[in-house]
Design a protein around this ligand. Structure first.
Ligand code: FES
Length: 175
């Protein structure tokens, strides 16, 4: 074999190798592209599913809450009893009494129960144990522990309910 023939054969081999490697590269590139597309598809499907699930929850939660009646702590609907242990000294609890939000406050072992609905525009008031007063987070109306207006735009006091400690229960009744 002449040296020219040798060179031609070598060049052909190199060309064949290059074509093979191009094919392999193209195949690998196609695989990577497909995997990326699958990952992107999975991510989009997952995001859309999570969004739809959250949307369903957002719509269904009020419906389910409306359909399931709140748990009653006592058999008599005119009396609400709450275990004292649930409201430690200085703390408060917001619950419902005959469908109306009320706040029960434990001030040094004495219990108070007031309407928790601000008389201004109906926001739910909170107990500030440091200043021993109730405040409305909406427009900062303040009430004393008996429900009387101290400051802010509230036009009327919060109405009070009877709250007595009996054994290990706080009994709430209409005043
Ligand atoms: S709603 Fe309470 S201060 Fe306005």
């Amino acid at each position: 074999m002449s040296s020219k023939d040798m060179k031609d054969t070598d060049i052909k081999d190199i060309d064949t190798e290059n074509e093979d490697s191009k094919e392999i590269d193209a195949k690998d590139f196609k695989d990577v592209k497909e995997r990326l597309a699958a990952t992107r598809r999975f991510f989009i499907n997952f995001s859309v599913s999570a969004f739809l699930l959250a949307l369903c929850g957002w719509f269904l939660y009020p419906v389910i809450k409306f359909l399931i009646p709140p748990a009653q702590n006592s058999i008599d609907p005119n009396i609400l009893s709450i275990p004292i242990a649930q409201i430690p000294c200085g703390k408060s609890m917001i619950t419902k009494f005959r469908g109306h939000p009320v706040i029960i406050i434990n001030k040094d072992g004495e219990f108070r129960c007031l309407s928790a609905v601000c008389t201004h525009l109906g926001c739910i008031v909170k107990w500030d144990s440091k200043n021993e007063e109730l405040f409305c987070p909406c427009h900062m109306a303040k009430y004393d522990i008996n429900g009387n207006v101290k400051s802010g735009p509230a036009p009327k006091p919060l109405f009070a309910l009877k709250a007595n400690a009996v054994n290990d229960q706080i009994i709430i009744e209409e005043a």
